[in-house]
Design a binder for this molecule. Sequence first.
Ligand code: HEM
Length: 386
Amino acid sequence: MNAGKVFVYWLGTEPFLYIADADLLNKISKEVGAKRWGKPSVFRNDRDPMFGSGLVMVEGNDWVRHRHIVAPAFNPINLKALATNIVASTNKMIQRWIFQHNSGNPVIDVERDIVATAGEIIAVTSLGMDDHNAATQVFQKLRALQITLFNTNRYVGVPFGKYFKFFKTLEAKKLGKEIDELLLSIIQARMSNNSSKSKGSQQSDLLGLLLQENDWQKQLRDEIQQVLAQHKHVIDLAMLSGLTKMKWVMNEALRLYPPSPNVQRQARDDIHIEGLTVPKGTNMWIDVVGMHHDKELWGEDANEFKPERFMEDVNGGCKHKMGYLPFGFGGRMCVGRNLTFMEYKIVLTLVLSKFSFKLSPSYHHSPSIMLSLRPTHGLPLVLQPL
Ligand code: HEM
């Protein structure tokens, strides 16, 4: 069934405007400034254990204040300092993989390990933790919380729905509390005063899947060797910015499998566009996956992995600038996007320098949306040390 690119649907008693039309989104975005956007109240309770009242969920003047505090943490000077920590955590992961390979098990669940390492990186960089086990514990709980929240989603908007999912809600709240307690004990141990839960890094784990489809793995390895040699084998921001093909590959992976598969907003006032009114309170479900695979925007090869789309155009040749939104849009665009690219590049540089890989026969292709888009059964790869 094709319902079109714009339609209204209901979750219980809550109206949602589905949007996969880049032009309409552009018009709406011009009407509503970042400070005037709402985040759907209907998700607020469900997502509270995960996001609390951090930057992702706040609105109005609170959002302006939070954003001013958080954004500077992601400036190039801070990122430069973080690069060293990311290289160290990734090298530790690679040592574990080599150990596992040498113990006769060459199949690694890359999804699980990369998520744990991304967690460790955030734990080390934002909380000063240097204990892999503690970081893993926090991120295992965050993953459990993600699955629990996903399971409760089906009752969103249903009056008294929270009573139907009473035990799941309790479970989510309990997990949220445990994570807070774990973080608090670490923070207290370090005498730090930063107590906000940060959104976990959502590397496109499915990138590994794409890289073994063709000769891109080899092309990237050649580029890495060349750029590393030019930079005396030091991995820093200057070296990473030379990895041009890697940037195309990352952009293309984010297009085909956007880790944030949709963006959700709510109208805090009536929105008027060309004689039409989107009434105050309307929730908006912006379908990023839909737009990223739209043949009218990308051409007939929309579903193919073609990193060269990004060779000459940062929007990958998309016919509309609002058709490519892996990090959202407008003033509320993701603050972590530069950190994400840096992490991706460091992990790929180190992994591709040490290993070649192919998909394990045990891989079962089943990407699913659990808040973020993930390979449901992990991503087992067979590694071959170079
Ligand atoms: C592949 C990785 C990531 C993707 C695809 C992603 C995607 C997104 C998207 C789609 C939004 C919503 C934007 C909107 O409403 O228009 C967002 C917001 C946000 N992201 Fe990310 N993100 C990623 C990584 C990160 C990381 C690593 C951090 C921080 C460590 C982060 C922190 C945030 C924050 C704080 C917001 C809220 C910004 C605001 O409302 O002002 N993200 N992200």
